[in-house]
Ligand binder design. Structure first.
Ligand code: ADP
Ligand code: MG
Length: 684
């Protein structure tokens, strides 16, 4: 190999026996470079380290046996199944081994060769045997990779098997381990007794015990979290040092007058959040605050308060929403709130003309269309980004850069359902305000889990509910893929037709999904809001934030596919008015665990609490919707690694306090500035 190409950044294609075709497969697994390969985590291990003599095998045991191939034949069973049968002999006895449909094995498993087999021992007819075990021809000088040890199992993709990956991993570890840098400062590394990174990677892929594998995982999890938190703290420190914003303070009188615009009083959470935001706005350091609140917790009015402060100081505000529907909804809410004032509110969507004069507005609400190159703002004091996870870092920057003379204050909002304990790790570069209670007087959405046998009853109930109570109904179709794909849309379309032609024949029913044209969506929603439609069939991913006061019933299909907090968000779309509202969780197939899990929705009504429960029931890495909400999915860390998170946060804090510029650790600084993280973490 050419010396200059020997780098962890080398494309994985150039590793011997990878090549362009396999590299394509690896790319599907997110592996571009040698570094990516080395950091590709196994998702479990097979413990094949028990190696008893053949004579002492017992049924049900998972073992490795080593012996000589004494016979091998391809045969057909009575039912014409193709089957390969080998007999393996060690010092203590002989074992029959069987593979189905793998006739090519005769080329590999030849009589006389020494072989190692790992798998489960079981009865085959009257004798003990192993069926379709992992196999590996043994030679004296070579360590085994697939048998006789703890064997890593990797997430696979078409054409890239765990077995193949193991071989390349072994090669890469041996060949490139000297290039792995230990980026963690030595003091920290020794405090936690972390070995060298090279050794840790050896242990994560080819551990000598499961405990060693777990230690290695913890080391890598620490690195992952440490660099995530370090980066956000470092960025934040820089931000505070270098950026300046206009001071947007609000007098008590002005605060009072804003509150007088509202038809309700703020909840205490809203008051606290507003106070924190107004305090930030009153400083020349730019605000960078995240407002977290369940669906329906009333984030919009808090944002409006901030816009008011901007306005009172002679500055404009911009509110960016991910969809046209949400932008219009904000536009309407703000017009309502500020109707007694002379504040001018504008709406920018993909349909707005570039020639529209934006300088005339005090508050501009819009979609991505706000980002169009030609537009520039002067005297922009505040940027509000709703559903922040739906926008990329770059989009936020673009908006910021529209104001040339200073940095606007930034308020981002989200309903992301993550446990509070994790918030700090994930959003380390932001200050956080939380709305945890819903406005008073809001009635709880009565929730039931409905099995298949009760489905018809529920439909009947729903029809009566429309007829007698004039309630409106959302029907959410099954969650098929994370982003709204054609499969999801098709499922919604066919469910819509089914319901329209059978169950709800006498009612007005509409369909809403993300692949429709903006106009069509808008019309459907307006019809629903104006009660021209009784029922709206939708996909799960669209328009989480929409506010339809007349909707009182939420029916969710295949509820078992959703996470609890996701279901909680969905049911938050009903019960906006004062009427009793209902949520039916339909589920066709329910095992006991999903039943217990879904039943918690009948009694628990707090978003954060539900996300904690989700975490504990579904286990680490299994929380639905995290990716959808822009939370970086860790490779090694688990959401339950609270202790590691706390330690990593502590270490970063100490480091940054002593050495805010990272002068003593220039290599760390370079990593921060290039935002390349070791181990690599998805951009958040
Ligand atoms: P979200 O946090 O999901 O964006 P919204 O801002 O859309 O929630 O608010 C949901 C509804 O609650 C709106 O109709 C809003 O007018 C109403 N609302 C907000 N705050 C209060 C409050 N303190 N008391 C009563 N209703 C409120
Ligand atoms: Mg909202």
């Amino acid at each position: 190999m050419v010396a200059s190409t020997r780098s962890l950044e080398m494309p994985v294609q150039y590793i011997p026996r990878v090549g362009p075709a396999m590299a394509k497969g690896l790319l599907r697994l997110g592996i571009h470079t040698v570094r990516d390969l080395l950091l590709y985590p196994p998702f479990r291990y097979n413990d094949f380290s028990l190696c008893p003599p053949i004579q002492s095998l017992r049924p049900g045991e998972i073992v490795t046996i080593q012996g000589t191939v004494v016979s091998f034949e391809n045969v057909f069973t009575k039912s014409y199944k193709k089957l390969a049968r080998a007999r393996i002999q060690d010092k203590s006895g002989i074992l029959t081994v069987i593979w189905f449909n793998q006739l090519y094995l005769s080329k590999i498993i030849t009589v006389g060769s020494m072989i190692q087999l790992s798998g489960k021992v079981d009865w085959f007819g009257h004798e003990l045997s192993m069926q379709s075990p992992e196999y590996e021809i043994v030679s004296n000088d070579k360590e085994t990779l697939h048998t006789g040890r703890i064997v890593p199992v990797y997430p696979e993709t078409h054409g890239v098997s765990s077995k193949w990956l193991r071989g390349r991993m072994r090669f890469a570890l041996t060949e490139y381990d000297d290039l792995l840098e230990d980026t963690l400062p030595d003091v920290i590394r020794s405090r936690y007794a972390f070995p060298r990174l090279a050794q840790t990677l050896e242990s994560i892929h080819f551990p000598t015990s499961l405990a060693k594998a777990e230690d290695a995982r913890k080391h890598l999890a620490f690195l992952e979290i440490f660099f995530l938190v370090l980066r956000s703290n470092y960025t934040r420190a820089k931000w505070i040092q270098t950026k300046h914003s206009p001071i947007l303070s609000l007098s008590d009188e002005d605060k009072e007058s804003f509150l007088s615009f509202l038809p309700f009083t703020l909840t205490s959470d809203q008051q606290n959040a507003s106070a924190e935001i107004l305090q930030d706005l009153g400083r020349s350091v730019p605000m960078n605050r995240l407002l977290i609140g369940d669906v329906g917790s009333g984030k919009t009015v808090v944002a409006a308060f901030a816009c008011f402060a901007s306005y009172k100081n002679g500055y404009k505000s911009v509110i960016m929403a991910p969809t046209q529907i949400l932008a219009e909804q904000h536009f309407n809410s703000l017009q309502e709130i500020f109707r007694k004032t002379t504040i001018k509110i504008g709406l920018v969507t993909s349909k707005s003309k570039k020639s529209d004069d934006l300088s005339a507005f005090d508050i501009l609400v819009g979609t991505h269309a706000l980002l169009t190159k030609e537009r520039e703002f002067s005297k922009l004091g505040l940027i509000v980004i709703d559903e922040q996870h739906r926008f990329g870092v770059r989009q936020r920057q673009l908006l910021e850069e529209k104001e040339k003379s200073h940095t606007p204050h930034i308020l981002t909002m989200t309903a992301t359902p993550i446990p509070r304990t994790i918030t700090l790790t994930v959003y380390g570069n932001l200050d956080v305000s939380i709305l945890s209670s819903l406005p008073v007087g809001r009635v709880r959405v009565k929730t039931w889990l409905v099995g298949n046998e009760k489905r018809e009853n529920a439909y009947k109930w729903a029809r009566n509910h429309i007829k007698n109570e004039h309630g409106q109904i959302f029907i959410v179709c099954p969650f098929i893929e994370e982003s709204e794909s054609m499969a999801t849309v098709k499922a919604a379309e066919s469910e819509f037709l089914r319901l329209k032609n059978t169950v709800f024949r006498e009612y007005n029913i509409g369909l809403l999904h993300g692949k429709q044209k903006a106009d069509e969506k808008k019309k459907t929603l307006e019809d629903f809001r104006n009660r021209k439609l009784d029922i709206l069939v939708t996909t799960p991913v669209v328009e989480v934030g929409i506010d339809i006061p007349g909707a009182t019933v939420m029916i969710i299909e295949a509820a078992e596919r959703f996470g609890l907090s996701q279901l909680h968000q969905l049911r938050g779309r009903v019960g906006r008015g004062m009427k009793q509202s209902y949520c039916y969780l339909f589920s066709e197939s329910l095992d006991e665990t999903s039943k217990i899990r879904l039943k918690t929705l009948e009694t628990v009504y707090s978003g954060p609490e539900l996300s904690e429960i989700d975490l504990s029931i579904r286990g680490p890495g299994e929380m639905y919707g995290l990716k959808q909400h822009g939370i970086p999915l860790f490779h090694f860390a688990r959401l339950s690694d609270q202790t590691i998170m706390a330690s990593a946060q502590k270490e970063v804090r100490t480091l940054i306090e002593k050495d805010p510029e990272l002068k003593d650790f220039p290599h760390l600084r370079i990593r921060m500035e290039k935002a390349t993280i070791e181990p690599s973490i998805a951009q958040n």
